[in-house]
Write a protein that binds this ligand. Structure first.
Ligand code: DAH
Length: 334
């Protein structure tokens, strides 16, 4: 067979096979090389040149064919199809159904409990300013309490909020009219917060908080403790022991830390207390900064992390799992 004939035959093979590269190993090509020593020296040059040209042509045909095969493998994707329609290319399209991230699901659960109690739910902002982060919350200028919040700052001086308390002033201002009409303010604010902290099993630079604000003419600390107890008992689905201890937050007076006894069902021993959040009666200056008269109205507020709630509920030992995107972890919540 002459080289031209061979070329068209091999090109034909390449264009019809799914394994075009295999054609380059064809016996006929090996033969073309094997005959070289038997040729008259004057024929070797032209023969070698022809064989080289053949090889180049075949290689470019193989590359072209491979590219075409790859294009074929990308099937049109019907994103509305439930599963079977897309299963022809399972390596490209996992047909498993996705689920909500555990934090999203639990956050929705938390919000549900509060909205059923009559609280309005408002998502917190992810970029804020000094006034909402500190000023309106009764942190004096240059007060060391500001340092405790490890805030990030943009070059322009904005702050990705380090707590959801940044929403308090807005909630109070928006609710003022309700108070004056004889009603009350009852709102929770939830969302992401950010702190410039080293990450370890119990610290993340990005996490979630939920904040509550209640104001009326006669709100009491007792109302607050009842509200928080009810929340935790519904969230964990059982009766709980609670306690508080004094704590300092510039925006409440008195300020408290609220703890629950770790339930036996979740591996707790009697007397094992877990701090769940900070809370207290809203400081008069905070009410004033929203134009609310603290001699007429009073309120309580609380705020705490969502991850901590979820970790206790499911016995998760390392906070970093949440942001890890590890399927092995996420599938446990499917
Ligand atoms: N914002 C506080 C923090 O992140 C938590 C907190 C404490 C919120 C007391 C409150 C409160 O509303 O009254 O550390």
């Amino acid at each position: 067979m002459n080289i031209d004939q061979l070329r068209s035959e091999l090109l034909e093979r390449i264009s019809t096979t799914d394994q075009p590269r295999e054609v380059l190993k064809a016996e006929e090509i090996k033969q073309l090389y094997a005959v070289i020593p038997t040729l008259d020296p004057s024929e070797r040059g032209p023969h070698g040149k022809a064989v080289n040209e053949l090889k180049l042509a075949l290689e470019s045909a193989v590359a072209e064919r491979e590219a075409a095969l790859e294009d074929d493998a990308i099937m049109p994707l019907d994103v509305t199809a439930p599963w079977d329609v897309n299963t022809r290319a399972p390596h490209l399209l996992p047909t498993e159904q996705g689920t909500q991230h555990p934090l999203t699901r639990e956050l929705e659960n938390v919000i549900d409990i509060f909205t059923r109690m009559g609280f309005e739910a408002i998502e917190s902002r992810q970029i804020d300013d000094d006034e909402h982060m500190f000023g309106s919350l009764n942190f004096p200028e240059n007060h060391p309490a500001r340092d405790g919040y490890d805030t990030f700052r943009t070059e322009e001086g904005f702050i990705p909020p380090a707590h959801t308390s940044t929403m308090q002033n807005r909630i109070l201002k928006d609710g003022k009219a309700k108070l004056e009409a004889g009603g009350q303010i009852a709102a929770v604010s939830y969302g992401r917060v950010f702190r410039n902290e080293d990450v370890d099993a119990t610290h993340e630079h990005t996490f979630y908080q939920c904040e509550g604000v209640f104001v009326s003419r006669d709100a009491t600390l007792g109302n607050m403790l009842g509200t928080l107890r009810s929340f935790f008992e519904v969230y964990y689905g059982q009766k709980l022991k609670i306690k508080t201890q004094p704590a300092y937050f510039p925006f409440v007076e008195p300020g408290l830390e609220f703890a629950i006894e770790k339930p036996a069902a979740l591996g707790g021993k009697p007397g094992e207390w877990l701090e769940m959040l900070g809370c207290g009666m809203i400081h008069p200056n905070v009410l004033k900064s929203a134009g609310i008269d603290p001699t007429v109205y009073r309120g309580f507020a609380w705020g705490g992390g969502i991850e901590r709630l979820v970790m206790l509920k499911y016995g998760i030992e390392d906070l970093r799992h949440f942001e890890s995107a590890k399927l092995q972890f996420l599938r446990k919540f499917a």
